[in-house]
Design a binder for this molecule. Structure first.
Ligand code: PGA
Length: 247
């Protein structure tokens, strides 16, 4: 399986930020892992144009579950594909919190994405209170059962484990906790989709940076990272790509 370094720019970046893409590609023309950036929707088409013919894949941060219609402000999977996206992040904790997205909605979006030929990156993760109460596996188990699309395969599904309390905080679980969760998720996926589970990339996300990436990538069943803040700068994201390529 090819590992995946995915960057989520969140609500950051304007056209000037595309200079970071040029710098990333100049320094990392042919990484051993897959390299994906998910900019805000306003930049997808331009980033995809800049990335054409290169090793960089471009994705989106959300989509609507419906193919078209009267949904002001929303973006369909066909529009994302037309702009040049190949992947879409779904169910990020910020959308689950800010927009009240449920497992059911995340699954509907993921099904729209895979039906359109996009790779769905389905995010799950426990809150700090759930973590401290020892409920991590119960919470993420039920999120994965409820969120992954029907017809999921190793080619169309990526799962991102992102503890909510580790996102943007500089804090991370211990390597032993990451190992426990990722091996639990592999087993849960096996129960849901059988042998396809072996090839589904399970990413870790939450305060991944150049200084901790190597240790995290050495953990079994960590098949890459979903990176927020550190994906905004080519030098940091490039160092994470290097760490994953070497893992
Ligand atoms: P962070 O965000 O790397 O800034 O912690 C991760 C994410 O939300 O995907």
């Amino acid at each position: 399986m090819k590992k995946l370094a995915a960057g989520n720019w969140k609500m950051n970046g304007t056209r000037a930020s595309l200079a970071e893409v040029a710098a990333l590609l100049a320094a990392h023309p042919a990484p051993a892992c897959e390299m994906l950036l998910c900019p805000p929707a306003t930049l997808i088409a331009q980033m995809a144009d800049a990335a054409r013919g290169s090793a960089l894949l471009v994705g989106a941060q959300d989509c609507h579950a419906k193919p078209q219609g009267a949904h002001t402000g929303d973006i369909s999977v066909a529009m994302l594909k037309d702009a040049g996206a190949t992947h879409v992040i779904l169910g990020h904790s910020e959308r689950r919190t800010d927009r009240g997205e449920t497992d059911e909605l995340v699954r509907a979006k993921a099904e729209a994405a895979v039906d359109a030929g996009l790779v769905a990156i389905v995010c799950i993760g426990e809150t700090e209170a759930e973590h401290d109460a020892g409920k991590t596996l119960a919470v993420i188990g039920s999120q994965i059962d409820g969120s992954i699309p029907g017809g999921a395969t190793a080619a169309n599904l990526v799962v991102a484990y992102e503890p909510v309390w580790a996102i943007g905080t500089g804090r991370t679980p211990t390597l032993a906790e990451i190992a426990e969760v990722h091996s639990f998720l592999r087993g849960r996926l096996r129960g849901l989709i059988g042998d396809e589970a072996e090839g589904v990339r399970i990413l870790y996300g939450g305060s991944v940076k150049p200084s901790n990436a190597g240790d995290i990538f050495a953990v079994p069943h960590v098949d890459g990272a979903l990176v927020g803040g550190a994906s905004l700068k080519a030098a940091d994201f490039g160092a994470i790509v290097d760490a994953l390529s070497a893992a």
